[in-house]
Design a protein around this ligand. Structure first.
Ligand SMILES: Cc1ncc(COP(=O)(O)O)c(C=O)c1O
Length: 388
């Protein structure tokens, strides 16, 4: 069996069409977009076209897009940028987020706490859905920024973002609402017009684009101050010569994801449902984590835990059997702490240590899923026998 890659939530293989678009930029449009002569103008045109395309797909204005180095930078820039700008305007220093955000959000909020801001981490229910009553109770006149992710990277839970925006803005219309849509982009309707968010983070590498490229949407007139200072690129919102090939790759990846969304989602859902329903039938004591209703989780996400077995050992044995999977967030792999997401969902430490996340992609096949369904029960049984 060739390698079976089932960790598309960590990253995705780069689409050949995206590579072509990037190679074309490296080869034919290598000018500096800030230069005034022909090569610069040509590069600037590439930049403008990419920005217009991304904006069109999101249903926003081109000037509301800031290109970044990916999801982490977008999250950092969004939250810090809004927190400081709001404070400057005397609009409060209270930040609200959830307990299940990616560390690219959580660590920023923790840092702001050390810098004098106050914070609230909203709880979630057993399926990872944010507690909207807690949101309503938390937002007050001092609240300046709210950040609730669109969908969770570990268990795939889709959050009620539009409702959260409505609740937060009803309590305080001056609140800046950010959502980390890194896992949801190209999968769900994330257009700010639909959800009402003021800021949105996206990364190209989760949708068959390049790593190190992403964007931050900032609704016009949102109080925001930049983090990266220097030249006047990106309308002085993100200094530094643009990663033009990365930006072109992001635009192409988004275009393809938007065009092929229905097809990709249907394919993912079908393969994922096989894992979701057949694995617990074949492996005793499997606990599915995340929403029980598959419609309420990302279509490519299956997450579970096997009782009485270490998740890490399962992953290593799977790797030897040519299957790439993860215990959850790529960033916490190798750490001994159980996932903060599973802990927030009330899953006990022992089980959280046994977590497995399988995320399918557009190039996975039924044969590969057959192979996983045939191979994994033996792996778990063997490890359980060894553990005695
Ligand atoms: C929900 C979420 N936010 C942010 C990030 C960070 O994005 P990047 O790797 O592009 O910095 C990830 C990546 O795993 C993610 O899943």
């Amino acid at each position: 069996m060739d390698r079976v890659y089932l960790d598309h939530a960590a990253t995705t293989p780069t689409d050949a069409r995206v590579i072509d678009a990037m190679v074309e930029v490296y080869r034919d449009h290598w000018g500096n977009p800030s230069s005034i002569y022909l090569e610069g103008q040509d590069a600037h045109r590439v930049l403008d076209e990419a920005r217009s395309l991304c904006a069109k797909l999101l249903g926003v204005a081109p000037r509301e897009i800031v290109f970044t180095s990916g999801g982490t930078e977008s999250d950092n820039a969004a939250i810090r940028g809004a927190a400081f700008a709001q404070r400057e305007r005397g609009r409060g220093t209270h930040i609200v987020t959830t307990q299940v955000e990616h560390h690219a959000v959580l660590h920023v909020v923790e840092q702001l706490e050390r810098e004098g801001f106050t914070t609230t981490y909203l709880p979630v229910d057993g399926e990872g859905v944010v507690d909207l009553a807690a949101l309503e109770a938390a937002v007050g006149p001092e609240t300046s920024v709210v950040s609730v992710m669109t969908a969770n990277n570990e268990v795939g839970t889709i959050q009620p973002v539009a409702e959260a925006v409505r609740i937060a803005k009803e309590k305080n219309p001056k609140v800046v609402f950010h959502s980390d849509a890194v896992q949801a982009a190209g999968v769900l309707d994330i257009s700010p017009e639909t959800t009402g968010v003021d800021m949105l983070s996206i990364a190209a590498h989760k949708m068959y684009g390049p790593k190190g490229s992403g964007l931050l949407y900032i609704r016009r007139r949102t109080p925001w101050t930049p983090m990266i200072l220097g030249g006047s690129q990106e309308r002085e919102r993100r200094a530094g010569t643009e990663n033009l090939a990365g930006i072109a790759g992001l635009a192409e990846a988004m275009k393809l994801a938007w065009e092929e969304r229905e097809e990709r989602n249907a394919h993912a859902r079908r393969l994922r449902d096989r894992l979701l329903y057949e694995l617990p039938e074949r492996i005793p004591d499997t606990v599915v984590t995340g929403p029980a209703d598959p419609e309420r989780r990302l279509p490519n996400n299956m997450s579970c835990a096997f009782r009485n077995v270490e998740g890490e050992s399962v992953l290593l044995a799977m790797d030897m059997a040519e299957i790439a999977a993860s215990s959850g967030s790529a960033c916490t792999t190798g750490s001994v702490d159980p996932s903060h997401v599973l802990t927030a969902m009330g899953i006990d430490g022992g089980l959280a240590h046994a977590a497995l996340r399988l995320t399918v992609g557009k190039d996975n096949t039924d044969e590969q899923i057959d192979y996983v369904l045939d191979t994994l029960p033996g792996i778990v049984a063997k490890l359980r026998a060894l553990a005695g």
